[in-house]
Design a protein around this ligand. Sequence first.
Ligand code: ATP
Ligand code: MG
Length: 553
Amino acid sequence: MSGVAPNFLKQIIEKDIKENTHQGKVITRFPPEPNGYLHLGHAKAICLNFGLAADYSGRCHLRFDDTNPETEDVEYVESIKNDIKWLGFDWKNHLYFASDYFQQLYDWAVELIKADKAYVCSLSEEDLRKYRGDFNTPGKNSPYRNRSVEENLDLFARMRKGEFGEGSHVLRAKIDMSSPNMNMRDPLLYRIRKAKHHRTGDAWCIYPMYDFAHPLSDAIEHITHSVCTLEFQDHRPFYDWCIENVKTPAQPRQYEFARLNMTYLVMSKRKLLQLVKEGLVFGWDDPRMPTISGMRRRGYTPEALRSFAHRIGVSKAESLLDFDILENAVRDDLDERSHRAMAVLNPIKVTIQNLPADHKEELETSVHPKKPELGKRKLFFTKEIFIDDADFKENPEADFFRLAPGKEVRLRNAYVIKCNEIVKDISGKITELKCDYLPETKAGKPTADGRKIKGIVHWVSATECVDAEVRLYDRLFAVAHPEDVPEGKDWKGNLNANSLKVITNAKLEKSLMDARTGNRYQFERVGYFCLDEKDSTPGRMVFNMVVNLAGGH
Ligand code: ATP
Ligand code: MG
């Protein structure tokens, strides 16, 4: 997939600029709630918001929508900032917190009460729900709807002072209980929460609802285009109501796009949090997680994620994208940047019988086949080498062109070898292959009689190599639609039990001794790998498989 989907938001912005709406300015924002780590869907929203601002010489704010003290935390604030920077975006000095606006929002709520557009309602939570009605039934007015302005002002002030318990009163907008849009049935503006906030501490015990805080925060920051996902479409009338009924310094507009959904993934902070809390993954940055921190550790690059976001475009129609689109973007990026190396993940020893014991021959090959400027790397051809288990078969089928008894195969970048003998241990397991090499076949040269050698396998010197742990990953979920489960079944039952395979005794070519965390490596014929930043130590390298070479699972 190379085409780029059209971006309907650009058309809206271009029209606004032409008509001088918002004085021709473009100010967007990315508004995460600091209640979890960012995931791939957020990466899409970040690329979109920062990208639009950059395209039209505007700016993009980072605003934390921190209106739910119970679930939010500074750990999340810091991780979110870190992830956005890593993705390559910069909010410059436009870092904001909805909690910084609590006083302003409170003052505006008081204004709404004075204008008889908001009232304190004392229905219980259950009654609030009953009175609201549902899709087929209009709501009923709350018995508290006609409280006087004075009584409302007094009660709201006392709510703020902490005189009442949680759930005893709420502040609601006075709009229309019979509206076909549930969000317009006197939505809540404030509720009592006796919880410590990660930034405002105990200063407040009433907190604004997201739907009230969000449009007004946008207005305070003079946001022009407030871009969010489709599930907020039905909230837009209330967004507009807030902007119309409060004397805001600006008139932002909300636009919705389809959220990113992908096969084999769940993309909800709440669900990802469950995986972390229940120990089903090794934390938010587990390389199998679709979090930005997980993908970073896995070895995806910011360029790959930005290119992915660009490829999938932005649309107004819900869709479910194939996981392969993501992996292909990663492969395309890694093919360009990855140093090549040979690594044997399931080693089987090969002894070259016609070499002396101390033979150590230096061979040279390129670091990158298409980038001579990256230079050469050294390989060492020695009497004992390793090849991969899968490249040898004792009883090969007719179409198996790799090594087998009496058969020949070419060692990549080295010589052709011929298998003379198999050595087995008492359990019958093959422990060694005895071979001869053909001296005339160095570095791709033909055999003396010019006969064709079809198979090429990778190999590593057994004496000039590096031992490493290699972690192979498969999809986190075994099924394409992990969230589709029958009533009573747990979506977590769809986790892929084989999503992680640890190889503790991989043998890597010696050039990988210099592997660095910022680099990516193609283990030839296997896949793309990177050094694990967290678990590698000076004495022991741990590599993560970023993605396999060919696709397919
Ligand atoms: P989640 O559903 O995973 O909890 P959220 O929408 O509650 O995500 P927020 O922190 O509120 O998370 O999201 C910040 C921004 O990221 C919002 O503007 C939201 O629309 C956007 N966003 C979240 N998930 C996706 C997604 N899957 N695709 C595109 N944008 C997303
Ligand atoms: Mg949310």
